[in-house]
Design a binder for this molecule. Sequence first.
Ligand code: AMP
Ligand code: MN
Ligand code: MN
Ligand code: MN
Length: 280
Amino acid sequence: MLNIDLHCHSTVSDGLLTPAQLVEHAVARGVDVLALTDHDDVGGLDEARRAAREANITFIAGVEISVDWRGQTLHIVGLGIDPEHPELALGLSAIRDGRTVRARNIAAQLDKFGIHGSFEGACSHAGDGHLLGRMHFARFLVQQGYAKDAKSVFRKYLVKGKPGYAPHRWAPLSDAVSWIRNSGGRAVIAHPGRYKLSKGALDELMLEFRNLGGEAIEVVTSSHTPEQSLLFARHSQRLGLLASRGSDFHAPGESYFDLGRMPQLPDGCTPVWHDWKGTA
Ligand code: AMP
Ligand code: MN
Ligand code: MN
Ligand code: MN
Protein backbone atom coordinates (compact mmCIF):
# COMPACT_ATOMS: atom_id res chain seq x y z
CA MET A 1 0.00 0.00 0.00
CA LEU A 2 1.31 3.46 -0.86
CA ASN A 3 2.33 5.80 1.92
CA ILE A 4 0.37 9.00 1.30
CA ASP A 5 0.75 12.15 3.42
CA LEU A 6 -1.39 15.09 2.34
CA HIS A 7 -0.83 17.73 5.05
CA CYS A 8 2.44 19.33 6.18
CA HIS A 9 4.19 22.68 6.62
CA SER A 10 7.51 24.19 5.54
CA THR A 11 9.41 27.35 6.50
CA VAL A 12 7.15 29.19 4.06
CA SER A 13 4.51 29.11 6.82
CA ASP A 14 5.20 27.82 10.33
CA GLY A 15 7.23 24.65 9.73
CA LEU A 16 10.93 24.36 10.51
CA LEU A 17 12.16 22.53 7.38
CA THR A 18 12.58 24.18 4.00
CA PRO A 19 10.40 22.69 1.23
CA ALA A 20 13.40 20.72 -0.11
CA GLN A 21 14.34 19.46 3.38
CA LEU A 22 10.73 18.45 3.94
CA VAL A 23 10.74 16.33 0.79
CA GLU A 24 14.04 14.75 1.88
CA HIS A 25 12.52 13.98 5.30
CA ALA A 26 9.45 12.47 3.60
CA VAL A 27 11.55 10.29 1.31
CA ALA A 28 13.60 9.02 4.28
CA ARG A 29 10.34 7.98 5.96
CA GLY A 30 9.04 6.09 2.94
CA VAL A 31 6.44 8.59 1.77
CA ASP A 32 5.37 7.89 -1.84
CA VAL A 33 2.89 10.75 -2.31
CA LEU A 34 3.35 14.09 -0.53
CA ALA A 35 1.28 17.29 -0.48
CA LEU A 36 2.81 20.48 0.90
CA THR A 37 0.02 22.51 2.52
CA ASP A 38 1.47 25.70 3.99
CA HIS A 39 -0.91 28.09 5.76
CA ASP A 40 -2.31 30.65 3.28
CA ASP A 41 0.78 30.53 1.06
CA VAL A 42 1.86 28.61 -2.02
CA GLY A 43 5.40 29.99 -2.14
CA GLY A 44 7.07 26.65 -1.30
CA LEU A 45 5.41 24.54 -3.96
CA ASP A 46 7.94 25.03 -6.78
CA GLU A 47 10.92 24.07 -4.62
CA ALA A 48 9.08 21.06 -3.16
CA ARG A 49 7.90 19.92 -6.60
CA ARG A 50 11.45 20.05 -7.96
CA ALA A 51 12.83 18.12 -4.98
CA ALA A 52 10.06 15.52 -5.27
CA ARG A 53 10.75 15.07 -8.98
CA GLU A 54 14.44 14.46 -8.27
CA ALA A 55 13.60 11.99 -5.52
CA ASN A 56 11.03 10.29 -7.75
CA ILE A 57 8.04 10.64 -5.42
CA THR A 58 4.63 12.01 -6.38
CA PHE A 59 3.99 15.62 -5.40
CA ILE A 60 0.60 17.25 -4.88
CA ALA A 61 0.34 21.06 -4.79
CA GLY A 62 -1.57 22.05 -1.68
CA VAL A 63 -2.47 24.87 0.69
CA GLU A 64 -4.21 25.17 4.10
CA ILE A 65 -6.56 28.14 4.08
CA SER A 66 -7.61 29.92 7.30
CA VAL A 67 -11.36 30.38 7.35
CA ASP A 68 -13.94 31.99 9.58
CA TRP A 69 -17.18 30.05 10.03
CA ARG A 70 -19.75 31.36 12.51
CA GLY A 71 -16.99 33.12 14.43
CA GLN A 72 -14.79 29.99 14.62
CA THR A 73 -11.46 29.60 12.87
CA LEU A 74 -11.42 26.56 10.60
CA HIS A 75 -8.74 25.25 8.26
CA ILE A 76 -9.57 24.10 4.74
CA VAL A 77 -6.92 22.18 2.84
CA GLY A 78 -6.84 22.45 -0.94
CA LEU A 79 -5.23 19.56 -2.85
CA GLY A 80 -4.20 19.57 -6.49
CA ILE A 81 -4.60 23.34 -6.78
CA ASP A 82 -3.08 25.58 -9.42
CA PRO A 83 -1.00 27.98 -7.30
CA GLU A 84 -1.01 30.53 -10.09
CA HIS A 85 -4.76 30.76 -10.42
CA PRO A 86 -5.41 34.52 -10.01
CA GLU A 87 -8.48 34.22 -7.77
CA LEU A 88 -6.70 31.86 -5.37
CA ALA A 89 -3.47 33.89 -5.40
CA LEU A 90 -5.34 37.12 -4.69
CA GLY A 91 -7.40 35.56 -1.90
CA LEU A 92 -4.30 34.13 -0.19
CA SER A 93 -2.47 37.42 -0.52
CA ALA A 94 -5.35 39.21 1.26
CA ILE A 95 -5.25 36.65 4.08
CA ARG A 96 -1.49 37.17 4.50
CA ASP A 97 -2.01 40.94 4.71
CA GLY A 98 -4.62 40.29 7.40
CA ARG A 99 -2.08 38.14 9.25
CA THR A 100 0.34 41.07 9.41
CA VAL A 101 -2.38 43.30 10.87
CA ARG A 102 -3.25 40.59 13.40
CA ALA A 103 0.44 40.18 14.31
CA ARG A 104 0.64 43.93 15.06
CA ASN A 105 -2.44 43.52 17.29
CA ILE A 106 -0.93 40.51 19.07
CA ALA A 107 2.28 42.48 19.67
CA ALA A 108 0.25 45.44 21.02
CA GLN A 109 -1.54 43.09 23.44
CA LEU A 110 1.78 41.64 24.61
CA ASP A 111 3.19 45.17 24.96
CA LYS A 112 0.35 46.01 27.37
CA PHE A 113 1.35 42.93 29.33
CA GLY A 114 4.97 44.11 29.51
CA ILE A 115 6.40 41.87 26.80
CA HIS A 116 8.09 44.11 24.27
CA GLY A 117 9.56 43.64 20.82
CA SER A 118 7.42 40.63 19.96
CA PHE A 119 6.50 41.79 16.44
CA GLU A 120 10.17 41.97 15.46
CA GLY A 121 10.81 38.80 17.46
CA ALA A 122 8.09 36.90 15.61
CA CYS A 123 9.40 38.23 12.27
CA SER A 124 12.87 36.91 13.10
CA HIS A 125 11.33 33.41 13.29
CA ALA A 126 9.27 33.85 10.15
CA GLY A 127 11.87 33.74 7.40
CA ASP A 128 11.30 36.84 5.33
CA GLY A 129 8.23 37.79 7.38
CA HIS A 130 6.06 37.06 4.36
CA LEU A 131 3.61 35.08 6.47
CA LEU A 132 3.23 35.71 10.20
CA GLY A 133 1.52 33.24 12.48
CA ARG A 134 1.07 32.57 16.15
CA MET A 135 3.72 29.85 15.97
CA HIS A 136 6.31 32.54 15.22
CA PHE A 137 5.24 34.43 18.36
CA ALA A 138 5.35 31.13 20.24
CA ARG A 139 8.93 30.45 19.18
CA PHE A 140 9.97 33.99 20.15
CA LEU A 141 8.29 33.72 23.58
CA VAL A 142 9.88 30.33 24.27
CA GLN A 143 13.27 31.71 23.24
CA GLN A 144 12.76 34.61 25.67
CA GLY A 145 12.00 32.16 28.47
CA TYR A 146 8.28 32.96 28.92
CA ALA A 147 7.30 29.30 28.54
CA LYS A 148 9.02 25.96 28.14
CA ASP A 149 7.53 24.89 24.82
CA ALA A 150 5.07 25.82 22.09
CA LYS A 151 2.19 23.96 23.71
CA SER A 152 2.42 25.86 27.00
CA VAL A 153 3.06 29.21 25.32
CA PHE A 154 -0.20 28.80 23.40
CA ARG A 155 -2.07 27.88 26.56
CA LYS A 156 -0.60 30.78 28.57
CA TYR A 157 -0.47 33.58 25.99
CA LEU A 158 -1.89 33.00 22.54
CA VAL A 159 -5.44 31.75 22.90
CA LYS A 160 -8.73 33.53 23.66
CA GLY A 161 -8.76 35.12 27.13
CA LYS A 162 -4.94 35.25 27.36
CA PRO A 163 -2.69 38.33 27.17
CA GLY A 164 -1.37 37.79 23.64
CA TYR A 165 -4.64 37.01 21.92
CA ALA A 166 -6.03 39.17 19.13
CA PRO A 167 -9.32 38.25 17.47
CA HIS A 168 -9.25 37.96 13.72
CA ARG A 169 -11.61 37.53 10.81
CA TRP A 170 -10.40 35.08 8.21
CA ALA A 171 -11.84 34.33 4.75
CA PRO A 172 -15.44 33.09 4.50
CA LEU A 173 -15.74 29.31 4.06
CA SER A 174 -17.54 29.78 0.75
CA ASP A 175 -14.65 31.86 -0.65
CA ALA A 176 -11.98 29.34 0.35
CA VAL A 177 -13.89 26.43 -1.18
CA SER A 178 -14.52 28.31 -4.42
CA TRP A 179 -10.87 29.47 -4.75
CA ILE A 180 -9.75 25.86 -4.35
CA ARG A 181 -12.33 24.45 -6.76
CA ASN A 182 -11.87 27.16 -9.38
CA SER A 183 -8.13 26.54 -9.36
CA GLY A 184 -8.76 22.85 -10.12
CA GLY A 185 -8.29 21.53 -6.59
CA ARG A 186 -10.26 19.46 -4.13
CA ALA A 187 -11.33 21.04 -0.80
CA VAL A 188 -10.82 19.10 2.44
CA ILE A 189 -11.88 20.04 6.00
CA ALA A 190 -8.63 19.86 7.99
CA HIS A 191 -8.59 18.10 11.39
CA PRO A 192 -12.41 18.29 11.92
CA GLY A 193 -12.04 16.76 15.38
CA ARG A 194 -10.15 19.80 16.63
CA TYR A 195 -12.91 22.38 16.42
CA LYS A 196 -14.97 23.25 19.45
CA LEU A 197 -18.33 22.65 17.80
CA SER A 198 -21.40 20.86 19.10
CA LYS A 199 -22.41 17.66 17.31
CA GLY A 200 -25.20 19.57 15.58
CA ALA A 201 -22.96 22.43 14.45
CA LEU A 202 -20.34 19.99 13.17
CA ASP A 203 -23.00 18.28 11.08
CA GLU A 204 -24.19 21.63 9.75
CA LEU A 205 -20.61 22.52 8.87
CA MET A 206 -20.04 19.30 6.94
CA LEU A 207 -23.36 19.67 5.08
CA GLU A 208 -22.75 23.33 4.23
CA PHE A 209 -19.22 22.46 3.09
CA ARG A 210 -20.56 19.68 0.87
CA ASN A 211 -23.22 21.99 -0.58
CA LEU A 212 -20.50 24.51 -1.43
CA GLY A 213 -18.66 21.82 -3.38
CA GLY A 214 -16.27 20.65 -0.66
CA GLU A 215 -15.35 17.04 -1.28
CA ALA A 216 -13.39 15.55 1.62
CA ILE A 217 -12.55 15.55 5.33
CA GLU A 218 -9.35 14.57 7.09
CA VAL A 219 -9.90 11.28 8.85
CA VAL A 220 -6.35 10.39 9.94
CA THR A 221 -4.25 13.32 11.21
CA SER A 222 -2.01 14.20 14.17
CA SER A 223 -4.67 15.86 16.30
CA HIS A 224 -7.20 12.99 16.00
CA THR A 225 -7.38 10.19 18.53
CA PRO A 226 -7.97 6.70 17.06
CA GLU A 227 -11.60 7.07 18.14
CA GLN A 228 -11.92 10.36 16.27
CA SER A 229 -10.46 8.77 13.14
CA LEU A 230 -13.13 6.08 13.30
CA LEU A 231 -15.82 8.69 13.99
CA PHE A 232 -14.83 10.82 10.99
CA ALA A 233 -14.46 7.72 8.82
CA ARG A 234 -18.12 7.02 9.60
CA HIS A 235 -19.08 10.67 8.94
CA SER A 236 -17.31 10.55 5.57
CA GLN A 237 -19.19 7.41 4.56
CA ARG A 238 -22.54 8.73 5.81
CA LEU A 239 -22.18 12.06 3.99
CA GLY A 240 -20.53 10.77 0.83
CA LEU A 241 -17.35 12.76 1.52
CA LEU A 242 -13.91 11.46 0.58
CA ALA A 243 -11.37 10.69 3.32
CA SER A 244 -7.89 12.20 3.64
CA ARG A 245 -4.75 11.25 5.53
CA GLY A 246 -2.15 13.84 6.57
CA SER A 247 0.31 14.19 9.44
CA ASP A 248 0.10 18.02 9.80
CA PHE A 249 3.85 17.76 10.32
CA HIS A 250 5.59 21.06 11.27
CA ALA A 251 9.01 20.03 12.59
CA PRO A 252 10.85 16.94 13.82
CA GLY A 253 9.55 16.18 17.30
CA GLU A 254 6.81 18.83 17.18
CA SER A 255 3.86 17.00 15.65
CA TYR A 256 2.35 13.86 17.12
CA PHE A 257 2.89 11.94 13.86
CA ASP A 258 6.09 12.22 11.88
CA LEU A 259 5.72 12.51 8.09
CA GLY A 260 4.12 9.38 6.70
CA ARG A 261 3.96 7.64 10.08
CA MET A 262 0.20 7.79 10.66
CA PRO A 263 -2.14 4.77 10.55
CA GLN A 264 -3.80 3.95 7.24
CA LEU A 265 -7.40 5.08 6.63
CA PRO A 266 -9.98 2.86 8.34
CA ASP A 267 -11.68 0.24 6.12
CA GLY A 268 -14.62 1.43 4.08
CA CYS A 269 -13.39 4.99 3.40
CA THR A 270 -13.08 6.27 -0.15
CA PRO A 271 -9.67 7.98 -0.19
CA VAL A 272 -9.44 11.54 -1.50
CA TRP A 273 -6.77 10.20 -3.89
CA HIS A 274 -8.99 7.36 -5.26
CA ASP A 275 -9.04 8.80 -8.79
CA TRP A 276 -5.56 10.36 -8.90
CA LYS A 277 -3.09 9.09 -11.48
CA GLY A 278 -0.47 6.77 -9.98
CA THR A 279 -2.05 6.38 -6.54
CA ALA A 280 -4.12 3.23 -7.08
P1 AMP B 1 -2.33 30.83 13.24
O1 AMP B 1 -2.84 30.27 11.95
O2 AMP B 1 -1.28 31.87 13.04
O3 AMP B 1 -3.43 31.29 14.16
O4 AMP B 1 -1.58 29.67 13.99
C1 AMP B 1 -2.10 28.37 14.04
C2 AMP B 1 -0.95 27.40 14.16
O5 AMP B 1 -0.42 27.45 15.46
C3 AMP B 1 -1.36 25.95 13.94
O6 AMP B 1 -1.26 25.60 12.60
C4 AMP B 1 -0.32 25.21 14.73
O7 AMP B 1 0.87 25.14 13.98
C5 AMP B 1 -0.06 26.15 15.89
N1 AMP B 1 -0.87 25.86 17.10
C6 AMP B 1 -2.14 26.20 17.34
N2 AMP B 1 -2.52 25.80 18.57
C7 AMP B 1 -1.45 25.22 19.12
C8 AMP B 1 -1.18 24.60 20.38
N3 AMP B 1 -2.13 24.53 21.34
N4 AMP B 1 0.04 24.10 20.60
C9 AMP B 1 0.99 24.17 19.65
N5 AMP B 1 0.80 24.75 18.44
C10 AMP B 1 -0.40 25.24 18.18
MN1 MN C 1 0.71 25.55 11.74
MN1 MN D 1 -4.54 23.43 10.72
MN1 MN E 1 -1.67 22.32 9.22
